[in-house]
Write a protein that binds this ligand. Structure first.
Ligand code: G3P
Ligand code: CA
Length: 284
């Protein structure tokens, strides 16, 4: 190999390591995509538990997503379903309490439940975390994508969420460092929360392809739009960006789909497999 060619290769290798390689736009773009772990590392640990949070952190998640609900005695807990039946052993512990709605149980009752065994015996004993426990577990190690799940079932929960979050030092630090987003699929609820907490970035979930009218409206108050990857295309990503919005897509579990979202330039990918997305982003 000639001297100049060897020098050129060495310079290219050094530039690549530093992220400045000419023509490496895809690698540079990849690094801007946030790896958002859905319900923690939701496919590899019991969703929304602290074990799932810890695994997502180990797997390099940039943000961790959750779902917030309220108990009968006013505690905020991390739970996706309106009923506790799918992700805990509530049917065994409280056989006479069908349909086992989250909102009908006290925090002390919910804390008796095993939220890990349904997923794997190796996670036996995992508990349903409170919002405070979840925020403290994430701490400064990742950003927080908080979701008020089915807020219509918990009247006034925006007040409870705001009060609780403001009392947690780790939340204040995350907010100050720009690593908090509150999302919901219920637009009126999200507007109520935004009125209450205008300093917290907000993102709206879309269950169909967002119309241009919706995107224009979104740009007047939202920080980000959160559609399903399957409902969008390059045009939606470009339009969101032109309107000054970030775009985070869900729930993307196949490598090919992750690569498609990255190529379109989305800002965040919500996935049950943060380790797979991490590896794709690393490869660029
Ligand atoms: O973060 C997006 C996604 O969580 C919305 O769907 O049902 O998993 O809360 P779901
Ligand atoms: Ca969610």
């Amino acid at each position: 190999m000639s001297g100049p060619r060897r020098l050129a290769i060495l310079l290219l290798a050094a530039a690549t390591l530093l992220g400045f390689a000419p023509g490496s736009a895809s690698a540079a773009d990849s690094h801007r995509v946030a790896n958002i772990a859905h319900r923690g590392s939701g496919a590899m640990a019991p969703e929304n538990t602290l074990a799932s949070v810890r695994l997502a952190l180990q797997q390099g998640a940039d943000y961790i997503e959750n779902d917030i609900m309220r108990t009968s005695d006013g505690a905020l807990v991390i739970m996706h379903d309106l009923t506790l039946a799918r992700t805990t052993n509530v049917e065994q512990v409280f056989p006479d309490r069908a349909p086992w709605n989250t909102k009908d149980f006290t925090l002390a009752e919910i804390k008796q439940l095993d939220a890990g065994s349904w997923f794997s015996a190796s996670y036996a004993g995992q508990r349903v975390p409170t919002l405070r426990e979840w925020v403290e577990a994430v701490g400064s190690r990742a950003g927080m994508l908080l979701e008020a799940k089915d807020p219509w079932a918990f009247p006034g929960i925006e007040l409870d969420i705001d009060k609780e979050l403001r009392s947690i030092p780790a939340f204040g630090k995350a907010l100050a460092s720009g690593r908090v987003i509150m999302q919901a699929g219920d637009e009126p609820w999200l507007r109520s929360y935004h009125d209450l907490a205008p300093d917290v970035p907000v993102g709206l979930l879309y269950y169909t392809r967002p119309t241009d009218e919706q995107l224009v409206s979104a740009s007047t108050w939202l920080d980000s739009v959160h559609p399903a990857l399957g409902n969008i295309d390059q045009g939606i990503v470009d339009r969101a960006h032109a309107l000054g919005l970030d775009i985070h897509v869900w729930t993307v579990n196949f490598g090919g789909d992750m690569s498609r979202g990255i190529a379109w330039g989305v800002d965040g990918i919500i996935t049950d497999y943060p380790s797979v997305l991490r590896d794709i982003l690393r490869k660029g």
